[in-house]
Design a protein around this ligand. Structure first.
Ligand SMILES: [Zn+2]
Length: 337
C-alpha cells in the first residue's frame, strides 16, 4: 500500500490535497515549495497514482467518521501505480534540470507531447522538479501551457520557495507549502526504518534539519563514524605539526566525492561551537554536548566564525575550477590556527 499518508510530518499539505481529491477539485497547476527531501516530489507521484490507480474505483466521497486521508491510498501494485512509481508511465512526465538548468527545448518537447492525446491514463501528470532552475525562456514557454492546459492534465512544480520563480508562474499555481519535517517525527521514523539506536536517530534527525532524504543518506552509510573522525581531527588540528595537517588535507582530497558531506559536518561543528554559549539547546550534534562544551573554551567566537568562513571559501573555490589539493591545503592551514 502506498499513498499520501506515507509522507511523514506533512499533515497540513496532505489534508489540503486530500480535500481537493474528495471534491474532485485538484488544481491544474500545483506549486509545492519547501526544502529538499521533505516529500514534494513524492507527494506529486502519490497524487498521480491516486488519480489513476486501478484499485481505487467508484466515488471518492469519504465514508462517515473517516479522515479523508484514509481514502487516498493507491494500491501500489496495479500497472498504473507501478509504472508511475518507476517513472515509466507514458502519461507521467517528469522534467528536471539537465545539468544546472531546465532549458527551453525540454519545455518545447513537453508541449509537443502534451498536444497529443494521452496514451492510456485518465489523468495525465507533469512533474516539473526544481522549477526554479528554469531559465526565463523556459519559464515563459511553460507559462503558455499553464494558461491553457490540455484537458485532464495536471502540473506539479517543485521549488524551494515562491520567490525563486517568475511571479507570473506562481500566480497560475495553487501554492502548497511543505515544512521541514519535525525532528521528533524524523527521529522516530529513522529508528523504525534503520538499525540506529534512539540516540543516533535523534542526532541524525537534528543534523538533517527537517529533510528525510538527507537523514536517510546519513543513516545509510557509516556517516556517524565519518563525522566522529572528522570532528576529532578538527579538534586536534591546532596541536599537530605541519606534516600531519598536510596529511589531513591529502585525505580530504582523496575523498573528493564526499567533500560536500565533509564540509557540512565541519560547518555544523563550528556552528554548534558558535551557538553553544547562548543557545546550548540548539546545537545539531546533540550527542557531543560535552565535547562542544570543552572545545568552546579553547577558541574565541571570532576564530570559530573565521574557520566557518574558511570552509565557505573552500567550497566556493571548489565549485569553480580551483585546484582541489591547493584549496584543501589552504583550508586545513586556516582551520589549524
Ligand atoms: Zn494502483
Amino acid at each position: 500500500m502506498t499513498g499520501l499518508t506515507t509522507l511523514i510530518g506533512q499533515q497540513r499539505p496532505i489534508r489540503m490535497l486530500c480535500n481537493a481529491l474528495i471534491n474532485d477539485s485538484i488544481p491544474h497547476a500545483l506549486l509545492f515549495t519547501g526544502e529538499d527531501g521533505v516529500g514534494k516530489a513524492t507527494a506529486a507521484i502519490e497524487i498521480a497514482k491516486v488519480c489513476n490507480c486501478a484499485g481505487i474505483s467508484g466515488s471518492r466521497k469519504p465514508q462517515k467518521d473517516t479522515a479523508p486521508e484514509q481514502h487516498f491510498a493507491a494500491c501500489g501494485i496495479c500497472r498504473y501505480c507501478r509504472r508511475i512509481e518507476h517513472g515509466t508511465h507514458p502519461d507521467f512526465h517528469v522534467i528536471k534540470p539537465a545539468g544546472a538548468y531546465i532549458r527551453i527545448d525540454q519545455i518545447r518537447e513537453l508541449c509537443g507531447r502534451l498536444a497529443l492525446k494521452p496514451d492510456e491514463a485518465s489523468n495525465r501528470f507533469v512533474l516539473i522538479a526544481d522549477a526554479h532552475t528554469m531559465n526565463p525562456e523556459a519559464g515563459n514557454a511553460l507559462l503558455k501551457i499553464l494558461e491553457e492546459p490540455p484537458e485532464a492534465t495536471f502540473f506539479v512544480l517543485t521549488a524551494p520557495d515562491t520567490q525563486d520563480l517568475l511571479p507570473t508562474i506562481v500566480s497560475r499555481c495553487r501554492h502548497v507549502r511543505f515544512n521541514p519535517i519535525p525532528q521528533k517525527e524524523l527521529a522516530e521514523y529513522l529508528g523504525w526504518r534503520s538499525e540506529l539506536d534512539n540516540e543516533n536517530a535523534a542526532t541524525i534527525a537534528s543534523l538533517a534539519r527537517g529533510s528525510l532524504s538527507r537523514a536517510l543518506d546519513m543513516a545509510s552509510e557509516d556517516w556517524m563514524t565519518r563525522r566522529n573522525f572528522i570532528i576529532q581531527r578538527l579538534c586536534r588540528l591546532p596541536q599537530q605539526p605541519p606534516a600531519f595537517r598536510l596529511a589531513f588535507a591529502e585525505m580530504l582530497a582523496a575523498e573528493r566525492a564526499k567533500l560536500e558531506v565533509i564540509f557540512e559536518i565541519m560547518k555544523n561543528w563550528y556552528r554548534d561551537l558558535a551557538v553553544f554559549a547562548h543557545f546550548p539547546g540548539h546545537i545539531y550534534n546533540q550527542d557531543l554536548r560535552e565535547q562542544i562544551r570543552s572545545a568552546c573554551k579553547q577558541e574565541s567566537l571570532e576564530t570559530i566564525l573565521e574557520k566557518s568562513d574558511a570552509i565557505d571559501r573552500a567550497q566556493k573555490a571548489l565549485s569553480g575550477n580551483a585546484n582541489v589539493r591547493l584549496a584543501l591545503d589552504v583550508l586545513v592551514m586556516e582551520l589549524a590556527e
